[in-house]
Design a binder for this molecule. Structure first.
Ligand code: BES
Ligand code: ZN
Length: 383
């Protein structure tokens, strides 16, 4: 019975997209909105656009709002000799403006290093490395500094987290900006930060009928600040839309949810909110497929997760391995007892950088092909 019906189902799933260029068009449109930081207008514009795409395929959509608090840098810098140079507040830094003399601190910035210089009432300039940021900042505070600049020891901007709130402005800068802060120079540190509430929104597409889903396909749509997020993770989001397109005229669509998570980059916020607010859905899921960074081939497509799903993949002729969860939206589902598979192609060189501007639609389609084969195997004969 299974064998008789499956070829017909696979033939349906194998139908090409109704127009070959759709994925490419969607890619250009969504990239045009800019970085999709959770809570930003670009994030909402991207979701609204993709929501309309799901609806055009005959799906209903539902939005799941959720709130959380996030630390944001609103634009911080350091001025020296009349020149304003950009930096980034370390997460959990205090805000504030300090005009004082820069003091270069030797070594890693341990309390012993601070004992060799006088930073009282001044701005301490210390190099990254050896000890955590927070230890450098605490030593600076204990020594009476009014502010701290931490200079990256590798090329590029410094983005970091203190891990606990500190009553001192702490700015991270690139090696170039660090080199422009000589010992004894008067500097103005301007750290503008805000702890604000973010309204995240998950988008869920499904076919009418109200039956609980057996498979959930998910990807996060949000990106980090300053990164266009083509591979991370418009690639996975377009794969989920493409899955919906390929399944639209098959009975499998009514047994599936297609979900675009928000707030992944702020700590898996959307997937955690989904799991928390949908216990009945979570209880009925046979599989959750998460697609994250599937548009650039750092390595061949990696599919890993639950042993039973890996076995299904192997029956479908798709290589997969039993594996640990990784750091993406499958984690909350796995923790809730749902069998998961994580699809990715590795961390590319532009990960979380302004250069994350491209993805290969062919790789996205190949990912979709693999996911469809496994889903067909998991869901079994058409009922
Ligand atoms: N896209 C990454 C996760 C990822 C890693 C996908 C490797 C494919 C291969 C994700 O958006 C991310 O950056 N996750 C964070 C953790 C998250 C909890 C903020 C990470 O990996 O540091
Ligand atoms: Zn990602």
């Amino acid at each position: 019975m299974r064998l008789l019906i499956r070829p017909a189902l696979l033939a349906l799933l194998a139908l090409p997209s109704s127009a070959g260029a759709l994925l490419e068009d969607d890619l250009q449109t969504v990239l045009g909105f800019g970085p999709r930081v959770a809570g930003s207008p670009a994030n909402e514009a991207a979701r609204g656009y993709l929501e309309a795409r799901f609806r055009a395929l005959g799906y209903q959509t539902r939005r799941q709002p959720f709130g959380y608090s996030r630390f944001d840098d609103l634009g911080s810098d350091v001025s020296v000799a009349g020149q304003v140079r950009a930096g980034r507040a370390l997460q959990d830094s205090a805000g504030g403006t300090v005009t004082a003399t820069a003091v270069r601190v030797p070594g890693a910035g341990t309390p012993e290093d601070f004992a060799r210089v006088d930073v009282r009432g001044r701005v301490a300039v210390v190099t990254r490395g050896e000890i955590p940021f927070v230890q450098k900042a605490r030593a600076a505070q204990a020594a009476g500094a009014l502010g701290v600049v931490i200079v990256n020891h590798v090329a590029g901007e410094l983005r970091g987290t203190l891990g606990e709130p500190l009553a001192l402005p702490v700015l991270g800068v690139s090696p170039e900006v660090g080199a422009a802060l000589p010992d004894g120079a008067p500097v103005t540190l301007n750290v503008r930060v805000r702890e604000g509430t973010v309204q995240g929104v998950n988008l869920i597409a499904f076919k009418g009928g109200g039956a609980p889903p057996e498979v959930l396909f998910g990807a996060h749509l949000d990106s980090v600040s300053g990164a266009p997020g083509a591979n991370d993770n418009l690639s996975g989001s377009l794969a989920v839309l493409e899955l919906a397109r390929r399944m639209a005229n098959t009975p499998l669509s009514a047994r599936s949810y297609f979900t675009l998570f928000d707030g992944e980059e702020d700590g898996l916020r959307g997937s955690r909110a989904f799991v928390q607010d949908h216990p009945e859905v979570v209880a009925g899921l046979r599989a959750m497929f998460n697609l994250d960074m599937v548009g650039v081939n750092v390595m061949p497509l990696s599919i890993s997760g639950e042993a039973a799903l890996v076995a299904a993949a192997q029956r479908a002729g798709v290589p997969a391995s039993v594996g640990a969860p990784g750091s993406s939206d499958q984690v909350p589902f796995r923790q809730a007892g749902v069998p998961t598979l994580f699809f990715h192609r590795g961390l590319d060189a532009h990960y979380h950088q302004p250069g994350d501007t491209a993805l290969d639609p062919v790789l996205v389609r190949e990912t979709v092909d693999a996911a469809l084969k496994i889903a067909g195997e998991v869901l079994g004969p058409v009922r």
